[in-house]
Design a protein around this ligand. Structure first.
Ligand SMILES: Nc1ncnc2c1ncn2[C@@H]1O[C@H](COP(=O)(O)O)[C@@H](O)[C@H]1OP(=O)(O)O
Ligand SMILES: [Mg+2]
Length: 373
């Protein structure tokens, strides 16, 4: 496939990224995430009041999920390089006869986005199926694999809360690039309301929508999601100088992460502030931007199998912002084992290094207290 000229996706001119080996790939990735975020925003705006109320009808999120995956695959393919992608969705349910109406809705949405980029382009339903199925790679230790969650935080998307478009790039088993599109995240200071639907109620504001990106060895950066030409700002995790003032970030959904266990760990460590509950990987973005001393903890049910696309982008962004991201025994996350993070033990702890070790110790203490009580 011939490479096409890219519109500006990020303004790397005054940053260390000028020297980075995967700078071009990062530019394509940022462009892809911006386009997919645009598609998701359009669908979320159209959610009817009934859909918001009932949260029963999963079709808007399904359409946006598939559509965002197709748009990312299309935008990455514009580089002219072959694309191997480990992504959440596949076309199995769309290629059945009863999936045809959904496939047609998705195709119309995808064309709406790609035609703005490249007038005259018209993708057929078959093209869209092929793009979605580029996500069927099994990843692993060798070669290059893009890692995509087209909508992380589907509950947040339907609930008009936070969600993110998450794209990472694995090269020989290491996450080299990460891009997080956070369409509902305020650009200014986060308040506790922003975890719920508070941020959406200020959706008329222009100060909503954030893009975080990182290149291994070359830093983590922020830009407003809708301003491709804006200069990138380098971001750093904030150290915790007073543990009582640190804030724990955790899942909004109670069944995604054990809030009681997190509260016990926070207490054991000396944290006094109430937690900030938010959906999706936006929490990694908030941690990396360092506006306040925060940490992120996730304790999923033991039966839950964690996927690489739910953490790859956030992982490299936080690490490049100077933070530490491990499982609950302090081991680095390993993204080279295929589609799942199967070596991860117990969940995820992320934060500035000066408090990360204290959290890991507290987890061990709380576990031993619960097993002996
Ligand atoms: N039963 C579950 N337990 C733990 N995590 C889950 C569960 N179901 C979905 N998730 C995933 O939790 C992540 C959301 O992060 P958070 O819990 O921090 O809001 C998403 O990746 C979501 O998947 P999905 O991307 O399919 O929505
Ligand atoms: Mg996800």
């Amino acid at each position: 496939m011939a490479a096409h000229a890219m519109k500006t996706s990020i303004n790397t001119s005054s940053t260390e990224l000028i020297q980075a080996p995967y700078r071009s790939e990062l530019e394509y990735a940022c462009h892809a995430v911006r386009l997919a975020s645009k598609l998701c925003q359009a669908v979320q705006k159209q959610l009817s009041d009934a859909e918001k109320e009932e949260k029963q009808d999963e079709s808007p999120v399904t359409v946006a999920d598939y559509g965002a995956q197709a748009v990312v695959a299309w935008a990455l393919s514009q580089s002219g390089q072959s694309v191997s992608m480990v992504a959440e969705e596949d076309s199995a349910s769309l290629i059945r006869p009863e999936g045809r109406p959904m496939l047609e809705r998705i195709t119309a949405l995808v064309n709406g986005v790609v035609q703005q980029e490249m007038p005259g382009t018209s993708l057929s339903p078959d093209d869209v199926v092929k793009l979605i199925d580029l996500g069927g790679s099994s990843g692993g230790q060798a070669g290059r694999h893009w890692v995509l969650d087209p909508i992380d935080g589907t509950r947040g998307f339907v609930g008009m809360r936070q969600y993110s478009v998450c794209l990472g790039m694995l090269q020989d088993g290491e996450v080299q690039l990460g891009v997080l599109g956070c369409p509902n995240l305020p650009q200014g200071p986060i308040s506790d309301n922003d975890g719920g639907s508070g941020a959406m109620s200020r959706s008329q504001d222009s100060d909503i929508g954030c893009l975080y990106l990182a290149h291994k060895g070359f830093g983590a950066y922020y830009a407003p999601l809708s301003e491709p030409a804006a200069p990138l700002t380098r971001v750093f995790v904030q150290d915790v100088t007073e543990i009582s003032q640190a804030q724990v970030m955790e899942s909004y959904e109670t069944h995604h992460s054990d809030h009681c266990f997190a509260a016990a760990v926070a207490k054991e460590t000396g944290v006094l502030k109430a937690p900030l509950r938010m959906d999706s990987q936006v929490k990694y973005g908030i941690l990396s931007r360092g506006e306040a001393p925060r940490v992120f903890m996730r304790f999923p049910p033991a039966t839950y199998r964690e996927k690489i696309w739910d953490h790859a982008a956030g992982f490299v962004i936080v690490e490049e912002a100077g933070g530490k991201v491990t499982d609950t025994v302090g081991d680095r996350l390993d993204f080279s084992c295929g589609r799942y993070l199967d070596t991860m033990k117990g969940g995820i702890v992320a934060g500035p290094p000066n408090v990360h070790a204290a959290l890991i110790n507290s987890i061990a203490t709380v576990k031993s207290k619960t097993s002996t009580s």
